[in-house]
Write a protein that binds this ligand. Sequence first.
Ligand SMILES: Nc1ncnc2c1ncn2[C@@H]1O[C@H](COP(=O)(O)OP(=O)(O)O)[C@@H](O)[C@H]1O
Ligand SMILES: [Mg+2]
Length: 358
Amino acid sequence: MAEIHIRNLVKKFQGNVTAVDSLSISIDDGEFVSFLGPSGCGKTTTLRMLAGLEDPTSGEILLDDQVLFSSSSGRYVPPEKRGMGLVFQSYALWPHMTVWDNIRFGLTQQKVPKDEQNERIASVIKLLQIQGLEKRYSFQISGGQQQRVALARMLALRPKILLLDEPLSNLDAQLRIEMRSELKRLHERLSNTTVFVTHDQLEAMTLSTRIAVMRDGKLQQYGTPMEIYREPANLFVAKFVGSPPVNIITRELSPKHFDSALKFLGKRGEGAEKIAFRPEAMMINPSAAAQESRWQMKGTVAAVLPTGPEWILQIESEQVLLFARMETEPKFAAGDHCTITLDTPAFLIFDAEDNRIT
Ligand SMILES: Nc1ncnc2c1ncn2[C@@H]1O[C@H](COP(=O)(O)OP(=O)(O)O)[C@@H](O)[C@H]1O
Ligand SMILES: [Mg+2]
């Protein structure tokens, strides 16, 4: 068992920066939870507090029934007693040591007997498929291999909990995708409770059992990837996940569309200040007869962007640029007129504070 409970966690730095603001979250045993948000939103600080590398200003951290930190009782468990393994963005392998010795280093520090050291090293080397590199120095292996060694070094210590801080962000695009699926397979095999930090929404979507979206130190939403995508709690979350991004119609910037959508939505649109819909929800036709149960607007194709498996259309309508996504080849060229049609369920509706109404 390894479940984490974070309660009212606050971290203030000198200069009045509140890096983490009253964060409460529970992570179940065996989950893969991603902290997702833009740079500076408090992801790393949260992870460092979990690991015991950063003292919280207040709040509580529990691992199962064990209190790791509590500002009210003054309890603090040091990092080496928390059973957590940490891997950073920069792998920080020892340059003067071979791969084998890099993995062994922590085991020696923990006074693991020599025979068991060798067994564990051989086992993680096999697990991460870095056989043959044992005698190389870290500068003699590629970035992807270094990241595997960093993971192997951490896993050899048999931590209960894995803490990963943007471990893939130093890798090139191709390798990232490869390592992403390897991380997923690794988690499926080991089922350690894992906390993963990333600013990459696709990484969080593809890997996580649940995602915690953060902004300015505050938790915005905590849910499964599909909940976050389909039922965003607020406009920030809606905008942060999905690529191309969600389309937004505001009273301010596109009053004509806004009013027409509001009229179409009827009671459901009460209190709405912003209306959004995903690119894949839009149906694009050269022209279309008005449909009672659907909302329509006219536009002009601004650009056609083939990605390979699909086509992204950029459409201009009443001075707003919208992204649509099509699975079949569109019969449009830039400059063509088109009609955009949306079904009622496609609408995400937000109030004046950007919180989702329906
Ligand atoms: N040691 C520190 N001293 C002062 N401010 C810090 C320190 N570490 C982080 N911060 C600030 O705390 C906020 C959150 O930082 P961080 O947790 O690193 O964000 P993220 O990992 O999401 O990019 C930022 O505003 C950052 O500048
Ligand atoms: Mg960070």
